[in-house]
Structure formats: C-alpha cells, structure tokens
Design a protein around this ligand. Structure first.
Ligand code: GLY
Length: 659
C-alpha cells in the first residue's frame, strides 16, 4: 500500500488529522518518535475558549468552532472503539478575588456565540460550595468543558489503528528532504520514507526539523484524589483562577495546573513549580490541602511568538503545517483535523486559515519604493520626470495575505470603463497590481470591453477576482460566483476560489444590500469560496461578515464610480480597528491623494477602477495610484507625527550653546 499522506508527529493533532484523512479515503502513515512525550498526555483537557480569555478574534472563532465539533467528534471516536473519552461539557467557573464584580460584569458583554454570566458573591458560593471566602464573584462559562486528554489520546490511537492508519512508533524523523519546492521524502532512523503529501504535526519539537518559530513552554502539573470518605464529587466543573486551574475528573482525580516556564526542554518537576501550584490551588479551593497527592508530571506546550497556531500551506507544495497549538491543542484537535483534511484532500482552504499562515513570521519582504520610472511604454510616450535616485529605504512589511495567498501589491484594479483594451492592458501593467477584478456577468454577456478579456491579460501573473456585479439578490450572486469560479478555472487558475461579492439592488446610488450580502456570503463560505464582500462602510456588518468566514471586507469610500473620495473615513477607521481580516477600501477613490489617505488610515489594500479608467491618461494615473498606495502604506508603517495644538520650532533651542 502506498502512502498518500505521511504525518510527522503522533500527538493529538497528528492522530486527529490521520483519522480524518483516513475516513475520507486516504492511505495514511503516522511517524511518532515517542508516543508518550506528546504534550497531549500532559494537558488537563480543558475545552476553554471562553475561560482562556483569548484576545485574537480569529483564534476565538477557531476555538469556538472546535469546541462545537467536540460532541460529535468524541461520539464518533467512542463508537469506533467502544471506549470513553471523558468528554464532559461541564462548564467552567472563573472565580475572582478582587472587588471588581460589577466592573467586570459590565466589561465583558455576553456574546451571542458563547455566553458568559457574571455570578455575584452569594450566587457563586451557593453554586460552588467550598470556594475560598475571599472569592467575591466570578464568571460562568456554560459552554466550556473538558475531555480526559489521556483517555482521548488513547482512543485516537486505537481508532487510527482500527481504521487502518499505519502507526510507526519509535521512528524519529531526522530531516525533511526537499527539492525544487517539494518534499521528496523524510529521512528517519529506519530509512527514507516517501509519500505524496506530508503533514508536520511535531508540536514543541518542530524547530528540530524546520526553522519555524515554535518553542517549548514547560508546564508542571499534579493531580490529587478525592478521598474515599467523600461520597459525592465535591467539584462538578472546572475552576479557572488566576494562574491556576483545577479540573475535576469523574474518576475522582483532580488535575491541578499549570506553570508556564520558558526553560527549553528542561525536564522534571521542581519544588518551586509544585509549591506555586499548590499554593494557588488551595487558596482558591481550600479543602484540596487534605486530598492525597496522586501524581506529578510536566509537559512542553508548543508556543509561537503570537500564541496562535501555524496552520495550512508551507514553503513546499506538498507539505502542510499543523503546529504551534500552544495552550489549546486538545481543544483545537477536531477543527485542525477538519481544516487540514479539507486542504489536503479536497484542496479547500477555509478562509479562517489565512490568519494562521506561517508566512506571518517569515523573513518579511520589504515594502520598498517602487521604480520611479516605470518600464511600461505609456501610450503618449511620456515618462514621469521624477529622478530615479531613490534612497535605499526599506521597512519590514508582510505582503497582503488573503485566504492564505500572499500578494506584494496592495492595489487591485478592474477592467471596466476603459476606452480600449490596449489602454486597459497598459494601465494594469502600470498599476503594478497582482489582482484584477472581472465582472462575470459582463464577460458572460460579452459586454463592450469584455470580449477577448481571457487573452488580454496574462493570467499566469494576474490573480483573477471574479465579481458578481449586476446581481440584485443573494441567489443571483451565488449563481454568478459559481460561474466565476468556473471562469477562473478555464483561465488556468484551478485553485482560485476567490469571489468579490456584490449584491446591489439599487440602480441610482449602487449601494450594496447588507442583508443579501450577508446571506450570500454565508452560503458561499460554506461552498468553500474565499469571499471578499463589497459593503457600505458599516462596522457591525463588517464584523458579521468576518464572523461568517469572509476572507476580507471591502468597505466603500463613496458610491461606486463617483470619484467623491473618502466620505466614510470615521467608519472605515472603526472597521480597520476591529478587523482580523484584510480591509480593502473599494469604490469612490478619485485621486492618488485619496488613495494614499486610505492607506495611511491602515487599510490593507485598495481597489481602484474608475479613477484610473476615466482619467485622461489611464496608464499614467494607474502608475500614480500605485505610487500613492505604496506611499500611504509606507506612511502608515512609519507612523505619522502627532498633531499638536501649537507650533514647535523645527530647530529646537535646547542643547544650543548660548552666549
Ligand atoms: N491549556 C492550559 C495550559 O496549557 O496550561
């Protein structure tokens, strides 16, 4: 049997991915150096997106999604093996000591996706007897829970074996052989092993194989046992305190964790570590001090610099990354398995993955000044008169990443409204853009200027962004988006699942319909599209679209084709502040100064069509827009000076020699 997918790493992530791929029909092999070393064995098994207080919205969405997969995922594994995983949606209680109850309560609005309730002093003590008297209140997270991680890893392993996944324990990968951007085999202590696809799920040990920023963060833990004389379980939910958690299992063990120590792979428990844990645990729940200690252990969390996992494609075409799950590996196992299997087996990239791409840590490319004399031959023969003595300036900038795909240019353009196809070609070249949006309906109906479009641009270099212009309803837009995907395929962009979603029933102002857009976006995301919705600059709508999985949001600056410039600045600023997906300012930009201003606000990219196509000299204007986009981006990265109320001399007097 040949292996379709070789997974390096037999922890909870590697095994979960192996099972998911196997269930979808792949032949899978898992290599594991030491099954018992995986962080999964050391964890406490909390499923705690709410209690963990995760600040990153994309991460929170990923965690919530995974938590919601848990019931079905564990039932499936339990059915396969006849064994119990200890999944227990018991809720998590997060008591606090400080007199900040009311303040807390008003600070944390209960979210629709995942409610949180504030319990005041009497409510919390009534609900959970035995808490320290100094507890003044706390949060109740009813949708958080736990799984018995030891049982889970065991069930995963047995499921994998029973499904026919080939598990090779004691096999250490020494190197990943790469040629021309492909993995061609892995070198191990038992020889070279080959597969079509490879997955890296090596947790805290990743850095031994590839230069990815994952480091071990040690956690020490212990367990105590509820004494036989106590018939009832005294704790029936997880207690999540400050720097301590107490996780009661139904088998009468109580797990206490965990330290967080940046000490590399230094093994063993230490008196200092255990003392800290015992002090914090008995402070929160004093009766623990009388319970017999069962076990001490430690593990290594795979931490990344931004504490988010690294998921998705890598620098090699056939190598997928599923690493760096830090404090949430057990929680994130089912969603990681589903997303990685979608990616490898169905070539479907969930838009959420873009937030976890490894390229965010790569030696970043520089945003450097664009060429000041552009090589394109402008139709009127003029060249810009700016001297090309650009100083060697550069500043660290990641490219524009949309749905896992990186673009260096932050200016997108269109193909409509040009006087001739040649002018359009020259303008696209002069704009330096890498994304061009195309109206699917206009191509379909061979509208003026849209014949010959397939041949007019080099689709090997330009990424097509099919748009649903002309669609008045969600249903129409969904249909046209599907046609757009086919169109991109015909042009050789097999993996292009992008769509610029426009639902515009109003002919006068061409304002998008927010409800239709949201409905269509939800459906298209489900169908695997990377959805880039065109919207009015409405921060709430932008958030809702991000929540349903859109790859960007594209708020308008002013009505399409109006050239009125930035009329929605305040709202665009709020959108930018809250977005975890790229914000592309679309429509209404009329001049390069407005383009620069939008970029200075912190927009990730711009889409400009009419201002270029309707200018007197479109290629030159396209070039100017490119310069403005880069200038605005550089200014944003450089950070503008603060605005002051009064003048301040350019040549300060301080430090001068006075006579
Ligand atoms: N998931 C809790 C921890 O890593 O300590």
């Amino acid at each position: 049997m040949t292996t379709d997918v070789l997974i390096i790493g037999g922890g909870v992530i590697g095994l979960a991915i192996a099972i998911e791929l196997k269930l979808r029909g792949a032949n899978v092999t898992v290599l594991c150096r030491d099954f018992n070393a995986a962080a999964a064995h050391a964890a406490a098994g909390m499923l705690a997106p709410d209690a963990e207080n995760i600040p990153n919205q994309a991460m929170l969405s990923l965690c919530w999604r995974s938590r919601s997969l848990y019931p079905d995922w564990t039932s499936k594994l339990e059915e396969l093996t006849g064994l119990n995983t200890g999944y227990w949606p018991c809720g998590i209680l997060a008591p606090v000591y400080q007199q900040q109850g009311e303040k807390n309560a008003s600070l944390l609005p209960s979210s629709r996706e995942s409610p949180a309730y504030w319990l005041d002093q009497s409510a919390i003590h009534q609900y959970q007897p035995g808490l320290a008297a100094e507890v003044v209140g706390g949060w109740w997270y009813p949708e958080d829970g736990q799984v018995d991680n030891q049982a889970l890893v065991n069930v995963l392993r047995i499921s994998a074996e029973s499904l026919g996944v080939e598990l090779k324990d004691g096999v250490a990968v020494e190197a990943i052989r790469q040629q021309q951007g492909q993995v061609v085999g892995v070198q191990t202590n038992v020889g070279v092993i080959h597969a079509a696809e490879y997955v890296l799920a090596t947790g805290a040990w990743t850095n031994e194989l590839l230069p990815l920023p994952v480091r071990p963060l040690k956690g020490q833990m212990l367990s105590v046992q509820v004494p036989e004389l106590t018939p009832e379980l005294p704790l029936k939910q997880v207690l999540f305190g400050q720097d301590i958690y107490i996780v009661p299992r139904r088998n009468r063990s109580i797990i206490i964790g965990a330290t967080s120590e940046d000490v590399g792979f230094t093994p063993q428990n230490t008196p200092a570590g255990i003392q800290t844990l015992l002090q914090a645990a008995t402070r929160l729940y004093p009766q623990l001090q009388h319970y017999p200690i069962q076990k001490l252990w430690w593990g290594f969390r795979p931490a990344t610099p931004d504490e988010l996992p690294i998921l998705g494609t890598s620098h090699c075409k056939n190598l997928t990354l599923a690493i760096g799950h830090y404090r949430n590996g057990i929680l994130l196992a089912p969603v990681t398995a589903a997303l990685i299997a979608d990616l490898i087996w169905e070539q479907k990239s969930d838009p959420l993955l873009a937030n976890f791409h490894y390229s965010r840590f790569q030696a970043k490319s520089s945003t450097s000044l664009p060429m000041l004399t552009h090589p394109a031959n402008f139709s009127n023969g003029h060249r810009t008169a700016i001297a090309s003595q650009a100083p060697a300036l550069s500043i660290q900038d990641s490219g524009l990443i949309i749905a896992g795909k990186t673009f260096q240019s932050r200016l997108m353009t269109g193909t409509g409204k040009y006087r001739s196809i040649e002018e359009m070609q020259q303008s696209v070249a002069a704009s330096g853009c890498q994304i061009v949006t195309v109206a699917v309906r206009r191509v379909q109906t061979k509208a003026a200027g849209h014949e010959g479009l397939a041949e007019a641009l080099d689709w090997q270099k330009i990424w097509m962004l099919p748009n649903t212009a002309g669609c008045q309803t969600a249903e129409e837009a969904i249909r046209v988006a599907r046609l757009g995907r086919e169109m991109a395929k015909l042009l050789g962009q097999e993996d292009n699942n992008f769509v610029k979603l426009e639902v515009i029933p109003d002919a006068k102002y061409l304002l998008p319909d927010p409800i239709g857009t949201l409905q269509a976006a939800e459906q298209l995301v489900k169908e695997g599209f990377a959805v880039l919705p065109y919207i009015n600059a409405d921060p709430m709508l932008a958030k809702r679209l991000e929540d349903v999985g859109c790859a960007t949001v594209m708020p308008l600056a002013s009505p399409i084709g109006s050239g009125q410039g930035l009329k929605t600045t305040a709202n665009i600023q709020i959108i930018i502040e809250n977005a975890n997906v790229p914000v592309v300012v679309d429509a209404g930009i009329g001049s390069p100064s407005e383009a620069a201003q939008a970029m200075e606000l912190g927009a990730d990219a711009l889409l400009i069509n009419s201002a270029i196509a309707l200018s007197h000299n479109p290629p030159v204007m396209a070039h100017a827009m490119n310069l403005a986009t880069v200038a605005g981006r550089l200014a944003y990265l450089a950070g503008r000076m603060p605005i002051k109320d009064y003048a301040s001399a350019s040549s300060p007097l301080t430090g001068k020699i006075s006579s």
